[in-house]
Design a protein around this ligand. Structure first.
Ligand code: ZN
Length: 219
């Protein structure tokens, strides 16, 4: 049969075979997978190869999640294991606990950097250095997710809304202190997302904050 394992063995990369195509694609992955023709001859070998591809995919996704564009997704802060595809692709708990769809959408937009804050919007237009994407309401040099959600004091409505949310944080039995939220904001956001009560409250807060930061201001 043309393109068989026997052909690959005989001609290697000198003849086009479907086995050769697999070897080429595996070698082009961001985290290349070493192809060994011996693996294709047994079920166990093929399963090993599949596991290697899963590990490569997990590392690729982990790298993407580690991007500075997605600070709230930071996999290290979420205890994600870089070689484990199930760990990297784990379904976020907030997708179940946040039942108001508009709030869930807002939270997803925040996590996926599809939000109205200047750090993302000014990156999309023409490249503007990160430290030149200032907060529209105060003198912070970058309007980041963390700045807006946990720090900015430049807009009264935002401060009031944040106090309401932090009030909810403070009344849960296993609550984080305000100081802890500010000292470790990424840990705090991950804590909110994993908490049955706080995830819906945080999603509602994000939804409300988006309305205070219309796109038109940075366009
Ligand atoms: Zn600000």
């Amino acid at each position: 049969m043309r393109g068989s394992i026997a052909d690959y063995r005989e001609f290697g990369g000198r003849k086009k075979t479907w086995i050769g195509d697999i070897a080429t694609v595996l070698g082009r992955l961001k985290h290349p997978v070493q192809f060994d023709i011996e693996l294709m001859e047994t079920t166990e070998g093929i399963e090993r190869l599949i596991k290697e591809v899963e590990r490569s995919s997990a590392r690729r996704l982990y790298d993407e999640l580690s991007s500075s564009r997605f600070p709230p997704l930071n996999p290290a802060a979420r205890g994600v294991r870089p070689d484990d595809l199930d760990s990297v692709c784990r379904m976020w708990k907030y997708l179940r606990t946040v039942v108001v769809s508009a709030h869930r959408r807002a939270l997803t937009r925040l996590l996926c950097a599809d939000h109205p804050f200047a750090v993302e919007q000014l990156r999309r237009k023409t490249y503007v250095p990160r430290d030149c994407r200032p907060c529209r309401y105060c003198d912070a040099e970058t309007e980041t997710e963390i700045h807006v959600l946990l720090e900015c004091g430049g807009l009264d409505d935002l401060v009031v809304r944040r106090e309401e949310f932090l009030g909810v944080v403070g009344v849960t039995p296993d609550s984080l202190s305000r100081a802890q939220c500010l000292a470790e904001p990424l840990d705090a956001i991950n804590y909110f997302l994993e908490h049955d009560t706080l995830a819906p409250a945080f999603a509602k807060y994000v939804y409300d904050v988006f309305k205070l930061f219309p796109l038109s201001i940075v366009e």
